[in-house]
Design a binder for this molecule. Structure first.
Ligand code: IYR
Length: 227
């Protein structure tokens, strides 16, 4: 591609790995990620602020539509804020579990043992409320907002796990209350609420499995083999 004189560039950093190094690192990363679980039983032990800050820095390095970086990460550690968030989330969740959720959805949740009690929102030492910035300063719409924020949240969850912390991808629905409780501006939408901390000593998680790779990795080339 001919260089575009209007585009300012700089050299890409990092060195080219050997195939062996890549294989080793890919395996190590996949094994590390496979030990991540969604956790609902947290220790109240505080987490170092610097760890959270670095995990958010990793999240904020994500790619985004036109590099608009349409995300805000609101860190909540105060007992009063956590209690208010728990109370509002539980009010929504009570309505979900008792009235709104269709039978099939409740049946699908049964193996996870979830219910309207969201004690973890007070027990976890930190909550990270992620907001999507739907529009910019002049009211202009951002691009691929949910894709961008979803990728950043994926980075965040991976970073937290890598740092030895646990989290839960919590989506009380609807989440409007978060914007109001946390005083966020009207151009932001609550995207997800992540309680973060160390697991409780007696923490247990549902005995569920990931799909085998052969179910999720499809090799398009195989259609041609032997055809
Ligand atoms: N938001 C509810 C219900 C819920 C929905 C799904 I899909 C889950 O994977 C887990 C829970 C709750 O947080 O309990």
């Amino acid at each position: 591609m001919a260089p575009d004189p209007d585009v300012r560039t700089r050299p890409l950093s990092g060195r080219r790995l050997t195939p062996e190094e890549s294989r080793e690192r890919a395996g190590a990363f996949a094994r590390e990620m496979a030990t991540r679980r969604s956790v609902r039983a947290f220790s109240p032990a505080a987490v170092p602020d610097e760890v959270l800050e670095r995990c958010v820095a990793a999240a904020a390095s994500a790619p985004s539509g036109a590099n608009k970086q349409p995300w805000k990460f609101v860190l909540v550690t105060g007992a009063r804020d956590k209690r208010r968030i728990r109370e509002a989330a539980e009010a929504e969740e009570r309505a979900f579990y008792r009235e709104r959720a269709p039978r099939r959805w409740l049946d699908d949740l049964a193996p996870l043992g979830t219910d309207e009690n969201k004690e973890f929102l007070e027990v976890a030492p930190a909550l990270i409320a992620v907001f999507a910035e739907v529009t910019g300063p002049a009211g202009e719409r951002h691009y691929y907002v949910s894709e961008s924020v979803g990728i950043a949240v994926g980075f965040l969850i991976a970073a937290l796990h890598h740092a030895g912390l646990c989290t839960l991808t919590h989506t009380p629905s609807p989440m409007r209350f978060l914007r109001e409780l946390l005083g966020r501006p009207a151009n932001e939408r609550a995207y997800v609420l992540l309680p973060v901390g160390y697991p409780a000593e007696d923490c247990r998680v549902p005995d569920i499995e990931r799909k085998p790779l052969s179910d999720v990795l499809i090799r398009a080339d195989a259609r041609e083999d032997g055809a």
